[in-house]
Ligand binder design. Structure first.
Ligand SMILES: *Cc1c(COP(=O)(O)O)cnc(C)c1O
Length: 395
């Protein structure tokens, strides 16, 4: 079984580039040059330098002693929460902005749901002095005022998507429309391992720094350069793809992906794509998605904005169908419990997304000397309002 992308852009039967003809030129241009550029020595040098000095890598691999005692296994946390801007997303935006510059592009567009990817994009656009337009659903703009302010302070223009449900998928439609209208100068910066080929492969390569570092950090700390289990949450799937990447072909490593069950998978308020979704096409790629009987995308729900996405990337669809990956879910409440537990035991306030990965520790069988890495994708500052609500309810 092969878990990397094939020449046609597929992971098994998933992936590809199912796009309108008017996007064909843009996607072809990217496909024809991305590997040559990002595999070049010059690119690698600049990318690594920025990851080190700007993002703050390598992020620590932290042995969580009290958590390990509680769960009876050796639990390590990969501290992506310590990156500049507070999550793993910046690994990818740094990579893509460098690529855009090398392609001669002068204008960056992106879409964002909760605003996290918009902030990571606006950040690197400020760094590289590139104009940045971020499309965002009108409802999300109202819900996510602090992130809108951050993007504006960073110099980005936030444009409201006012059609449909006025959320992420409508913002995506606007970004695609913009790209079709501006094929020469504009680069479309996608925030997860989703979209038409080559985006899923490209984003996975940029995020693979996570498991690249894990290998030598594990070697140093345990004498073995791979863990028994890696756990990561899955929205679109980029932090999980990065945490799994260098272990995909090592069957000794169990890959555990955690989706957001929301209020529960049978409540209609969930984002558990593999549980209630079916095969179809979303964002230009064949994968699993949440859709109604007419093939229209249904609104997801999760307490964590970053997991509130109605699909998963094609790599994850392949890991799910081939059973290489173990797919679990955590409800809003289970994620909250895990967030408070991690804070109390280790003094680390996680992002609500990452708390879903932590919640999986309660759902798997652990053996005594087993080595488990949980990818802590982001920090909890952005979620304090939710945590405060919980504390005020006397929990
Ligand atoms: C956006 C986000 C996620 C979900 O995105 P993936 O592409 O699935 O990684 C997870 N954690 C944090 C902290 C995020 O900001």
């Amino acid at each position: 079984m092969n878990y990397t992308v094939d020449k046609k852009g597929f992971y098994g039967e998933f992936g590809g580039a199912f796009i309108p003809e008017m996007l064909h030129h843009n996607v072809e241009e990217l496909k024809s040059c991305y590997l040559d550029i990002i595999e070049s020595d010059e690119f690698k040098k600049e990318f690594k330098q920025l990851l080190k000095d700007y993002v703050g890598r390598p992020t620590p691999l932290y042995f969580a002693k009290r958590l390990s005692e509680k769960y009876g296994a050796n639990i390590y946390l990969k501290r992506e929460d310590l990156n500049h801007t507070g999550a793993h997303k910046v690994n990818n935006t740094v990579g893509q902005i460098l690529l855009a510059k090398k392609m001669g592009k002068t204008r960056i567009i992106a879409e964002t749901g909760a605003g996290q990817h918009g902030v990571a994009t606006a950040t690197v656009c400020a760094l590289m002095n590139m104009p940045c337009i971020v499309y965002m659903g009108e409802i999300d703009i109202q819900r996510q005022a602090p992130n809108v302010a951050r993007m504006q302070m960073l110099g980005a223009e936030v444009k409201a998507a006012i059609s449909g449900s006025k959320t992420l998928k409508d913002a995506t439609n606007e970004a695609i429309r913009d790209w079709i209208a501006n094929p020469e100068d504009t680069y479309y910066l996608i925030g997860s391992v989703v979209g038409p080929h080559p985006y899923p492969d490209m984003v996975a390569r940029f995020q693979s720094i996570i498991s690249e570092e894990m290998q030598y950090q594990l070697e140093e700390q345990t004498g073995k350069n791979y863990p028994d289990k890696v756990i990561a949450c899955v929205g679109g799937g980029s932090n999980a793809a990065g945490a799994f990447y260098h272990f995909l072909d090592n069957e000794k490593v169990e890959l555990i992906a955690v989706e957001a069950d929301g209020l529960g998978i049978n409540t209609g308020k969930t984002a558990a794509t593999t549980q209630i979704g079916s095969e179809g096409i979303i964002h230009g790629s064949k994968t699993y998605l949440m859709q109604n009987s007419e093939g229209q995308i249904t609104e997801p729900h999760s307490i964590s904005a970053g997991l509130d996405y109605p699909g998963i990337g094609p790599l994850h669809a392949h890991l799910f169908k081939s059973k290489r990956g173990t797919f679990l879910g955590a409800t809003d409440q289970e994620a909250l419990n895990a967030a408070f537990e991690l804070t109390k035991l280790e003094g680390i306030i996680p992002a609500l997304e990452s708390a879903h990965a932590m919640a999986a520790l309660n759902k798997i069988k652990l053996k005594n000397d087993e080595c488990v890495v949980v990818n802590l994708s982001g920090r909890g500052d952005k979620d304090m309002e939710t945590y405060m609500r919980v504390m005020n309810n006397g929990k």
